[in-house]
Design a protein around this ligand. Structure first.
Ligand SMILES: *[C@@H]1O[C@H](CO)[C@@H](O)[C@H](O)[C@H]1NC(C)=O
Ligand SMILES: *[C@@H]1O[C@H](CO)[C@@H](O)[C@H](O)[C@H]1NC(C)=O
Length: 375
């Protein structure tokens, strides 16, 4: 009896010592707030878009694995959903769906969003093909939401102390749109410092509001996506790496990530009381590709869109997922890519486990209720 009591005390003491003193009382996260783009949007864009716009994601086959379309750019759930689920929280409701519950957080991410304001991109020399939901706007929503939900800045601070805030992934679209406008990779590289600065400035504002735990994700290895593999296909074998991805584009994404990581390290120094982590979407994705067969994905389809049509990568922008002429694969869970740009629910689930429960969250600032997310 006495020895088991001593053992329990020892375990309790270890538990107290091992966990971050910063960022919340006992490590429990009571709410998640997220800023971002289509990687994280759980329904904002479809609430905002007028009838006729963005029709494809409003209809099946988007949401086919979930049972109905939800506004998520996938066949089902996203990384943020698995993260919430594993933390024992409900899915994040989209902020623009005004009458839903935001007791456990809110999602401000909008598909198509850029980090920078549209006017700042290439000094406004070309227009954004999609939305104007920049990080600045999402941040304003976040502040308005907190101010209308809580009475004082101190209450907001207290709430954010026990919350998790995700700033991104964001910035991917700043580059996608520039590349879409036929800017070459070396021109688009010139955007990196401003995109990174925009992300860091937003993160600072969130930390200044009192956030105790913040995650800043990097970009994916975009040279592995069916859309880019198709659009930038090269006859030269030397343009591809051993994983079958486009070297230039991956190198570009890695440069963005390196600058972002340096800036995040700077934030840690400026905000020693907050727990600030970088989520490595780049290497976790490469790890997923490498381990694809073991993770249950079809080895021959890792670079093909499940939903699409045509070509080596089953991707053709004129017959993209949801457009006439595109078809859905028999088993989305065997595919990494859903529509050539976004991942399948199965891939997002695997990514979420690799990142949030594994070594791709740097440093590990999360703790999960026992047994959640082990499968
Ligand atoms: C509010 O929620 C209900 C379902 O609970 C939905 O039918 C309705 O469209 C929502 N209203 C708005 C303005 O989003
Ligand atoms: C990229 O575009 C710029 C401006 O048009 C041009 O000067 C440069 O040579 C291009 N670089 C490559 C690698 O094609």
């Amino acid at each position: 009896m006495a020895s088991s009591t001593a053992f329990l005390l020892l375990v309790a003491a270890l538990h107290v010592c091992c966990c971050h003193a910063q960022g919340g009382d006992d490590g429990a996260v009571s709410a998640i707030y997220s800023l971002g783009d289509s990687i994280t949007d759980t329904g904002n864009l479809v609430k905002q878009a007028p009838p006729g716009a963005f029709e494809t994601i409003k209809h099946l086959p988007y949401g086919v694995t979930f049972g109905h379309p939800t506004g998520r750019c996938s066949d089902g759930l996203l990384m943020i959903d698995f993260l919430a689920q594993d933390m024992g929280l409900p899915f994040l409701n989209p902020y623009l769906a005004k009458n839903m519950s935001f007791d456990h957080g809110a999602n401000f991410a909008v598909a198509g969003a850029t980090a920078m304001d549209p006017a700042d991109q290439f000094n406004g020399r070309f227009s954004m093909p999609f939305t104007a939901n920049s990080l600045k706007l999402q941040l304003r929503w976040f502040k308005d939401f907190m101010k209308s939900t809580f009475n004082t800045d101190e209450e907001i601070r207290k709430r954010l102390q026990s919350s998790l805030v995700l700033v991104g992934e964001i910035g991917g679209n700043d580059y996608n749109f520039a590349l879409f406008w036929n800017r070459n990779v070396s021109e688009v590289e010139k955007l990196i410092p401003s995109v990174v600065q925009t992300i860091i400035d937003a993160t600072k504002e969130v930390l200044d509001m009192g956030a105790g735990r913040v995650i800043v994700p990097g970009n994916f290895p975009i040279g592995c996506l069916p859309s880019y593999l198709t659009a930038m296909a090269s006859p030269e074998q030397s343009a591809y790496d051993s994983a079958g991805c486009l070297k230039d584009l991956n190198l570009f994404a890695a440069k963005h990530n390196a600058q972002l990581q340096r800036a995040v390290a700077g934030l840690r120094a400026s905000y020693p009381d907050a727990a600030i982590a970088y989520a490595d979407y780049f290497n976790s994705f490469l790890s997923l590709l490498k381990g694809a067969p073991a993770l249950g994905f079809d080895e021959d389809s890792t670079h093909k869109a499940c939903c699409g049509a045509g070509g080596k990568y089953n991707y053709d922008e004129r017959r993209a997922c949801g457009v006439e002429g595109a078809a859905v694969c028999a088993d989305p869970s065997a595919y990494v890519s859903w529509d050539g740009i976004h991942m399948t629910q199965a891939a997002y689930k695997a990514m979420s486990r690799l990142i949030y429960h594994g070594r791709y969250l740097q440093p590990q600032i999360l703790s999960f209720p026992e047994k959640n997310g082990q499968t």
